[in-house]
Structures are given as structure tokens and as C-alpha cells.
Design a protein around this ligand. Structure first.
Ligand SMILES: NC(=O)c1ccc[n+]([C@@H]2O[C@H](COP(=O)([O-])OP(=O)(O)OC[C@H]3O[C@@H](n4cnc5c(N)ncnc54)[C@H](OP(=O)(O)O)[C@@H]3O)[C@@H](O)[C@H]2O)c1
Length: 292
């Protein structure tokens, strides 16, 4: 079997970590870009907003992972049609072309396919998005579920907040707090952060095993952004009163931004690969160390 992996959306945060991890494992990777100046032998040019019917599928692909998306709630709310062209139409059309050639497909989805009313949502719970982004991801999932039901080699990996070393918000808050400056943090916006390295490892395992079905990977519990900031203050050795906890409703955020829960039942991946996300505070501590 071929070893070449296609990463659709090679410039994404998750793709960056995944491409590095796959290459470190000795896998040959092609990572698409929609920017002509970045295109090259292992960077095929692909714009999912354009028709993909004539896109030249590279030879010798063993599997493909979809990382490309308009992945911000606000961007989807602002431009539902344009974002849907990428997140649903282009994504499903390309997945269909790959599947027609027997190439297994892994699609990255989100906790936002649920309404956030429930913690640790099971993978088979009915989808109930409340945001435009969530509705688009749910629509792409629904199309892929149909292919899955016909035994097509499709896997879906749902994630919530993924964090990378040097995360801008955390490092900025930390620098401000160390300088004795106050920071404002939402008490009603939650995260169950997952380190990007664990996501990359999960994608590599799912692709290596050509897994099919729905998988979920989030932290085990949600904490508020304000709790993160208070923890940073304590770690910086400054007065936690420097953190002003404010409501996310004080600014104009798209629907779905303040879900009470973002955790998904992630036991299947833990049982299958031994991959489990540490507690949120442990993840935040690693981020602090990465800020330097
Ligand atoms: N990161 C998270 O916290 C998180 C959480 C849950 C789910 N997810 C899902 O995981 C996947 C990857 O997320 P991410 O945060 O790594 O994404 P990201 O950093 O926001 O990057 C998205 C990528 O999609 C590409 N893209 C946008 N429009 C495109 C188009 N028309 N054609 C081709 N490519 C296009 C972008 O290309 P350019 O670089 O050229 O702009 C960018 O590289 C997404 O499906 C997202 O919904 C992410």
C-alpha cells in the first residue's frame, strides 16, 4: 500500500503539527495550499471555494485528511454562502472524488455540531448545531455519514479547542500580568483544551489504521477563560485580582460562542490508542512554559 498522505489545507494550525509528525514517522506527505506562491511538488494547489471536479488527484495516495475550513464562527456567520462553499460543497465534492478512487478520508469536525448543553457528548448523539459554522460542519458530517453507511472508508474526528505552543492569547495575558497590567477574561466562555501534538498523534494513528467511524478528542473538563487567566496570575506570582472576569456577551459574538460545555466523550480513542487529553490546568501549564 502507498505511504503518501494528502493533507487538505496544509497551512492550518492542525495541519502544520500533523505534517511534521507524519514526516517524523517516515510518512510521505503532500499538503495542499490555495496560495500559488507556496505551491510546489509536495504542495499541490487547491482552492475548495472553486469547483474541484477537475482537480488533479495526486497519484499513489494512501489516505487523505481534511484540515481546510473556514473555521471561525464569526467568519461563517458573516459569510454563510462563501464559507459553506468551502466547508460543505467543496469538502464533500473532493471527499467523494477521493472515495471514488478508494482513498480513505478523515474529516476534522467540531464540538460545535452540538449545542453545548451537555458535557461529554457521546459520539452517536444527534447533531444539534446552533451556529452557522456548526451547521456547516454538521452538513458535511451528514453527507459523510451517508457514505460511511455505504461502507465507504470515512472517519470523522471531532475536536474542541486545540491549543499550540506559544498560544498568542495565553502569552499576551502572561506578559501583561507579569508587567502588573490588568487583563479582561470571559467567565462565560469555556474551553477543554487539547494540545495540537495530541491531535497530530491521533490523526497519524487513525490514518495508519485506516480507521472508520466517528471519533472525538477533547479535554476531560471545561474551564472558563477567566479561570485560565487567574491561573496565569497565580503562576506569574501576581495578584489574581488583576484579572477582570467579564461576560462574553459584553461584546458582539456570534451565536454558539458561549456554549456551557465543549467536552465530548473521548473514551474510544483512549481505549483504542491510549490517547487522552490531560486536565485543562496541566495543558495551560505546558502553554505557559512554551511562552518563554
Ligand atoms: N483549531 C481548533 O481549535 C479546532 C477545533 C475544532 C475543529 N477544528 C477543525 O479542524 C480543522 C483544522 O482547524 P485549524 O484550526 O487547524 O484551521 P485553521 O488554522 O483555521 O486553518 C484553516 C485552513 O483552511 C484553509 N482554507 C481556507 N479556505 C480555503 C479554501 N477555499 N481552499 C483551501 N483551503 C482553504 C486555510 O488556508 P490559508 O492558510 O491559505 O488561509 C487554512 O490553512 C478545521 O476543519 C476545523 O474546523 C479545529
Amino acid at each position: 500500500m502507498s505511504q503518501r498522505i494528502l493533507i487538505v489545507g496544509g497551512n492550518s494550525e492542525i495541519a502544520g503539527a500533523t505534517v511534521s509528525h507524519l514526516r517524523a514517522q517516515g510518512r510521505e506527505v503532500l499538503a495542499t495550499t490555495r496560495r500559488a506562491d507556496r505551491a510546489g511538488a509536495d504542495r499541490p494547489l487547491l482552492d475548495l471555494a472553486q469547483p474541484v471536479g477537475n482537480w488533479a488527484i495526486p497519484a499513489d495516495l494512501g489516505a487523505a485528511c481534511f484540515c481546510a475550513a473556514i473555521a471561525r464562527l464569526a467568519d461563517c456567520a458573516r459569510n454563510p454562502e462563501g464559507s459553506s462553499r468551502v466547508n460543505v460543497t467543496g469538502t464533500v465534492a473532493l471527499a467523494d472524488r477521493l472515495l471514488a478512487r478508494g482513498i480513505p478520508v478523515l474529516f476534522l469536525s467540531t464540538d460545535k455540531v452540538f449545542d453545548g448543553s451537555r458535557a461529554h457528548v457521546p459520539a452517536d448523539a444527534p447533531l444539534c448545531p446552533v451556529s452557522e459554522y456548526g451547521r456547516q460542519k454538521a452538513a458535511a458530517e451528514a453527507a459523510l455519514h451517508l457514505r460511511m453507511a455505504q461502507d465507504a472508508p470515512v472517519a470523522i474526528l471531532r475536536l474542541a479547542k486545540v491549543v499550540s505552543p506559544g498560544m498568542e492569547l495565553v502569552c499576551r495575558w502572561l506578559a501583561d500580568l507579569r508587567a502588573g497590567k490588568p487583563v479582561r477574561a470571559f467567565h462565560d466562555m469555556m474551553m477543554a483544551p487539547t494540545p495540537v501534538a495530541l491531535v497530530a498523534q491521533t490523526i497519524e494513528r487513525l490514518l495508519a489504521e485506516l480507521s472508520t467511524g466517528i471519533f472525538q478528542l477533547t479535554g476531560p473538563r471545561d474551564i472558563a477563560y477567566s479561570e485560565v487567566a487567574v491561573h496565569l496570575a497565580r503562576r506569574a506570582g501576581v495578584d489574581p485580582a488583576l484579572v477582570e472576569a467579564v461576560s462574553a456577551h459584553s461584546i458582539d459574538l456570534p451565536e454558539g460562542s458561549t456554549a456551557a460545555n465543549t467536552t465530548l466523550d473521548s473514551t474510544a480513542l483512549s481505549q483504542r490508542f491510549g490517547i487522552a487529553v490531560p486536565d485543562a490546568i496541566e495543558v495551560v501549564d505546558a502553554l505557559i512554559d512554551s511562552c518563554g
